[in-house]
Design a protein around this ligand. Structure first.
Ligand code: ATP
Ligand code: MG
Length: 463
């Protein structure tokens, strides 16, 4: 069975994984039940009292051992999903590809998985297509469950029966050495699920671990397999990469390991273009400020992030079109649409974000039009705030943009009269009065009527 798991001799790694359990007793590790959520503890105890094995597993054990405070807690057990449901009233079964029990305590959801086996019993419960794992519902032993997890440090089990930590594949040693090591034969495991390459980069970034050489070695060869990963899954993984508080480190890891080009091809291309330096500055500023917001528990939006990731590709394309004589508004709208369509082939960005992203882009050239009527109109635009925040991030692009950003910063704090006076020359007094007073409140109804579907918003700069 071990050979089947890719532990066979054709692998080049020094295999640290004979299946021999190592137990770290309660007194010798730092996991305290105080740092485990009430919901997770209740599920663990209940399963155990009912005579089942129950372990905390995965990222929570890893992070607790490293002194972190995990937000979600995964549990592994030898009870089947149906048996788990029998024990908890507040339980529902989810997932087809990977069947799980969710036990719900108010806002907390505790995920309970039955040990996964590794053998294909021919029932179709474990199903590979072209080496890809599309269904994984064969139950097995804890040893087998450990082997089918992704990284050694993710395969540690905290046993609620005696509070010890079980290690079947050298996860403890790798944890101490800050090493992220894929379990099994790397080629086989990445072919089963190419997203594991992104998980490697993300976890190395989050934990500040080094990726073991044999774990990183296949990236260049197998990275293109990410092109076949489901775009919806890549969207979820992108959010984990960039909106979990380690976005800047994740971005650097994706670049170091040459994985960015498989998920964000246009971004990677622009990072090699003549404007690479200023684009890199924009991205680093975006990730750093997003990380800060996440850590301060402030809201963050994926729209802003994707707007930054694709900004230079869109800008370059719009400017090339304009240089060829295309009308500016048309150029911005068509560049936005094309870059979004290209990105959608890799990462499925939900519609509600796609519209916001395109608005942030097409509002950028409008900041340059400091004509009174347009200034008031832009200030009352529903997407003004996001577009202005984006302008601030861009302001390092050039001294002229820094000045422009400062102008818009003060435009917001000035009272309406003072702002109106800041424009020269002033139109006749009567008109003047009416254009000062009404914005932004009285303009809104008009804007609303004018607002059409995202495509028509896309032509905003020409107004
Ligand atoms: P974090 O929660 O910090 O993102 P995590 O390791 O907990 O990291 P999850 O996505 O919550 O990541 O997965 C929980 C556990 O499930 C992992 O620790 C790992 O053991 C297992 N796992 C997740 N994804 C895979 C995968 N693609 N292949 C194999 N095992 C996986
Ligand atoms: Mg987790």
């Amino acid at each position: 069975m071990e050979a089947k798991l890719g532990m066979s001799s054709h692998t080049t790694r020094q295999d640290p994984t004979p299946i021999e359990m190592h137990v770290t007793p309660r007194a010798e590790h730092s996991i305290s039940r105080r740092n485990i959520s009430n919901g997770a503890l209740r599920v663990l105890y209940r399963l155990n009292e009912a005579g089942y094995q129950a372990f905390l597993v995965g990222g929570a054990v890893r992070d607790l051992l490293l002194g972190g405070h995990p937000k979600d807690f995964d549990i592994a057990t030898n009870a089947t999903p149906e048996e788990v449901r029998g024990l908890f009233r507040n339980c529902r079964l989810i997932g087809r590809r990977f069947r799980l029990a969710h036990v719900v305590f108010g806002r907390e959801i505790v995920e309970v998985a039955t040990f996964r086996g590794t053998a294909d019993d021919g029932s179709g419960d474990r199903h590979l297509v072209d080496g890809r794992l599309v269904r994984d519902n064969v139950y097995g032993t804890i040893e087998e469950d450990a082997l089918r997890r992704d990284f050694t440090v993710n395969a540690l089990y905290y046993d609620i029966a005696d509070f010890s930590v079980r290690d079947y594949i050298g996860g403890m040693r790798d944890l101490e050495q800050h090493c992220l090591r894929l379990i099994g034969d790397p080629d086989e495991r990445y072919r089963e699920d190419p997203v594991r390459m992104l998980r490697a980069a993300r976890l190395a970034a989050k934990l500040d671990f080094t990726i073991a050489p044999e774990t990183a070695e296949p990236f260049d060869r197998l990275g293109p397999l990410l092109g076949d990963a489901p775009p919806a899954r890549l969207f979820d993984e992108s959010l984990k990469l960039f909106l979990s508080g380690y976005g800047l480190a994740s971005f650097h890891a994706l670049q170091t390991h040459r994985l960015l080009e498989h998920v964000f091809p246009a971004t990677a291309r622009s990072l090699k273009s003549e404007h690479a330096d200023r684009f890199r500055v924009l991205l680093e500023r975006t990730f750093a400020s997003t990380d800060e917001r996440v850590r301060a528990d402030k809201p963050v939006t994926p729209a802003f992030l994707f707007a930054a990731m694709l900004w230079e590709p869109v800008r370059a394309e719009a400017e090339a079109l304009i240089a060829n004589g295309t009308d500016a508004a048309v150029a911005w709208a068509s560049a936005s649409a094309r870059i979004m369509a290209e990105q959608a082939e890799r990462v499925a960005i939900p519609r509600r974000f796609a519209g916001a992203i395109e608005e942030i882009w097409v509002l950028q050239p409008r900041f340059e039009q400091r004509i009174k009527k347009r200034v008031f109109r832009l200030l009352s635009h529903p997407r003004f705030r996001a577009a202005y925040d984006f302008l601030l991030l861009r302001s390092a692009e050039s001294p002229a943009l820094t000045e422009l950003a400062e102008w818009w910063t003060s435009a917001q704090t000035m009272d309406q009269q003072a702002l109106a006076k800041a424009f020269v020359p002033q139109p006749p007094p009567a008109e003047d009065g009416s254009s000062v007073e009404p914005s932004p409140k009285r303009r809104r109804p008009r804007r609303r009527r004018r607002k059409g579907p995202p495509a028509s918003e896309g032509s905003a700069p020409a107004e």
